[in-house]
Design a protein around this ligand. Structure first.
Ligand SMILES: Cc1cc2nc3c(=O)[nH]c(=O)nc-3n(C[C@H](O)[C@H](O)[C@H](O)COP(=O)(O)OP(=O)(O)OC[C@H]3O[C@@H](n4cnc5c(N)ncnc54)[C@H](O)[C@@H]3O)c2cc1C
Length: 256
């Protein structure tokens, strides 16, 4: 008699595919609600959590701060979060642009906060590690995701036992593998643009101001950081971005 062998499955309440900011934060909330949660990412968290992995910052609107407060991690993030008090939006066109200020809001709270992604990741990860129902699969390679009527099966390369859960959350970013597996179509429009992302020191206090300057070639965003620095995100035509990227720090500072 030939008996078909079925590998034992690993059961979870939810499987989150993609452990970026969205996947990690969702995992934390779900664990806190008592759900047995599997978080999958193809990157090695040992690398992702290194201080040098990512020099970018994320700007969090005030509403996001309230969500992080609810997750119980805002007290850890606050010391590394730079408040954004004023936002100036300008363009190449006519007009003086727009100004949004914390003083215009009745409760006078900051418009948002700017946090270096490395601080955000390590804080959320630390909170996740204290949850008994959190299970991390990283790095991992997903071979197949199958959606059945009442559950989702996820087969990982080099893992004999597939993961199974009644629900899967796709948080695997803009080129989502899960989206393709489900058959959701997407349309990509090339802009022939790249963004230069850098951190600069100021000679004068930045006074917690953020700037969005919309140029025909793409927007420039300047967001205040701790230590009288700002993060600059400069979208440009690809050839200009490559040119600026090739410059020395001193020459690039002069261009800026
Ligand atoms: C220059 C720049 C500046 C930005 N500034 C801001 C900002 O100030 N504020 C802000 O809110 N947003 C900002 N954004 C946007 C921000 O990066 C995204 O909104 C954010 O990263 C989305 O988070 P996410 O978790 O959905 O996806 P991602 O950050 O893309 O994370 C997806 C995760 O899924 C994993 N993954 C992907 N495919 C697979 C797979 N097949 N198997 C397993 N794992 C997989 C990836 O390794 C990754 O860890 C900026 C973006 C850029 C490029």
């Amino acid at each position: 008699m030939v008996r078909k062998m079925t590998a034992q499955k690993q059961h979870f309440d939810i499987i989150i595919i993609g452990g970026g900011p969205v996947g990690m934060t969702a995992a934390l909330f779900l664990c806190q609600q008592g759900f047995k949660t599997a978080l999958l990412d193809r990157l090695d968290y040992k690398d992702v959590l290194k201080e040098t992995y990512d020099g970018r910052t994320f700007a969090y609107a005030y509403g996001s701060k309230l969500i992080l407060e609810k997750a119980g991690i805002w007290s850890d993030l606050e010391p590394v979060a730079e408040p954004i008090q004023d936002i100036f939006v300008t363009s190449e066109g006519p007009g003086d642009g727009l100004h949004y200020g914390a003083q215009d809001i009745a409760s006078q709270h900051p418009m948002g906060f700017n946090i270096e992604t490395r601080h955000f990741r390590s804080t959320v990860y630390k909170a996740l590690q204290s949850q008994d129902n959190f299970h991390l699969f990283a790095p991992c390679e997903i071979e197949e995701v199958t959606f059945e009527t009442n559950h989702v099966d996820v087969v990982l390369k080099n893992q004999k036992a597939p993961l199974v859960a009644p629900l899967a959350l796709a948080a695997d970013g803009k080129n989502s593998f899960v989206r393709q597996q489900v058959g959701i179509k997407s349309k990509q429009i090339p802009y022939d643009q790249k963004a230069l992302v850098l951190v600069m020191d100021h000679e004068k206090p930045h006074q917690n101001c953020a700037y969005e300057h919309f140029l025909k070639t793409g927007p420039i965003a300047i967001l205040p950081m701790k230590g009288n620095r700002s993060g600059l995100i400069w979208s440009l035509k690809t050839d200009r971005a490559d040119y600026y990227h090739s410059l020395s720090d001193t020459d690039l500072a002069t261009e800026i």
